[in-house]
Design a protein around this ligand. Structure first.
Ligand SMILES: Cc1ncc(COP(=O)(O)O)c(C=O)c1O
Length: 392
């Protein structure tokens, strides 16, 4: 068939391919590369979780589940969310999804009418803008900056709100910056959402990976449950990326519509993954907390190391990413990441990939071994020093 490309969806053709991909492809072709690039836990899913899924398979659990997910799992999710002062009815206000990824797509497709604007704090997780565009929405960048530790502030938001603003995507603890929001920060944003009448899609997938006190969900603020679509999942906290289980919680009216998309496009999340997720919630807290403590130790190691090298680095109090500034080297983030990969054999992600406000920074994931982090820091030190010497 000739001219195939022109006959495909303009919207899809207009999407840029993921910027992270290019670096992984480059890194994969090279020998002896230390990767601080990937955004996933370096732990294997705890054994008791894997065993529960194996046992479920042995007993013949291989069918569809209810569209919304196993009720027992939804009950556990509802119980779990109480720890963040959240109250969701497992029968009507929780839906189990194929990872947080599906939940993001469902939330945006349910909330948006063509042309609706979505406020997206930058630097941003890579899927929010494409999913907004695919849902017919218009992404509006809201820059966050290093001097605020990349927290979202009311002052950043106000100038971006217009008469087409339908929703804000909040994502704290944040990928890529590691930023978290304190209770006062969240209260301020909630007040604004109530006053200016927009929805919040709150992606709290890193909630457990909060190192400076407890996580504060915006959905727990007064008046916010009605206007928040909460997204979370098992990938990060329980080292379960491959199982593809997440969930979305929200007010009944929203969930009723959201469920329809899930029913027609997905049917249900895989039962093996749901069985594993159930075990993780019922018996996985101790192991989860051990993993979080281990990330925290590595966090201190990498942040201390980067600062000693001379790269300014705000305190990333959540997730498993450091987001140092590389401006002192005189390179932009693509040049830095490419140079470091080719000359230093360390893979990081250029901040530019996460939007314009990420320029001047790189994302370094510390979900890798202490030994690898130490070796990577030595290599970064050599690379940065060589650059600094060239500059004087
Ligand atoms: C902020 C954020 N949200 C959602 C996801 C998707 O997670 P899942 O594996 O649950 O689809 C990721 C994965 O990197 C993420 O960083």
């Amino acid at each position: 068939m000739s001219g195939i490309s022109e006959r495909l969806s303009k919207t899809v053709r207009g999407l840029p391919p993921s910027g992270i991909r290019r670096f992984f492809d480059l890194a994969n072709q090279m020998q002896d590369v230390i990767s601080l690039g990937v955004g996933e836990p370096d732990f294997v899913t705890p054994w008791h979780v894997r065993e529960a899924s194996v046992y479920a398979l042995e007993r013949g659990y291989t069918s569809y589940t209810a569209n919304s997910g196993m009720l027992e799992l939804r009950r556990e999710i509802s119980r779990y969310l109480q720890k963040f002062d959240l109250d969701y009815d497992p029968e009507t206000e929780i839906l189990v999804t194929v990872g947080g990824s599906e939940a993001i797509d469902l939330a945006l497709r349910t909330l948006l009418e063509p042309g609706d604007e979505v406020l997206i704090p930058e630097p941003t997780y890579v899927s929010y803008k494409p999913c907004t565009v695919l849902a017919g929405g218009v992404p509006i960048d809201v820059p966050t900056v290093g001097k605020d530790d990349f927290r979202l502030t009311v002052n950043n938001l106000v100038p971006r709100i217009g008469h087409r603003t339908k929703a804000l995507i909040m994502s704290f603890p944040n990928n890529p910056t590691g930023a978290v929001m304190g209770e006062d920060d969240v209260r301020g944003i909630a007040k604004l959402a109530n006053e200016r009448d927009f929805f919040v899609v709150s992606d709290e997938i890193y909630a457990e990976l909060s190192y400076a006190g407890r996580h504060h969900s915006i959905a727990a603020q007064p008046g916010m449950k009605e206007r928040t679509v909460l997204i979370s999942g098992f990938s990060k906290a329980y080292a379960m990326t491959g199982w593809r289980v997440g969930y979305v919680a929200g007010p009944r009216d929203v969930m009723q519509e959201l469920l329809k998309i899930h029913q027609y496009t997905i049917l249900c999340a895989p039962i093996m993954g749901q069985m594993a997720a159930l075990e993780a919630l019922q018996n996985g807290a101790a192991e989860r907390d051990r993993m979080v403590e281990s990330y925290n130790q590595r966090r201190r190691l990498i942040v201390g190391g980067l600062r000693r090298i001379g790269l300014e680095c705000h305190e990333p109090n959540g997730a498993f990413y450091a987001f140092p500034s590389i401006q002192a080297t005189g390179l932009n983030s693509e040049e830095f990441a490419e140079g470091l990969l080719k000359e230093g054999r360390v893979a990081v992600v250029p901040g530019r990939v996460f939007g314009g406000s990420g320029e001047g920074y790189i994302r370094a994931s510390y979900a890798t071994s202490v030994e690898q982090i130490e070796r990577a820091l030595e290599r970064i030190d050599r690379f940065v020093n060589a650059r600094m010497l060239q500059r004087v």
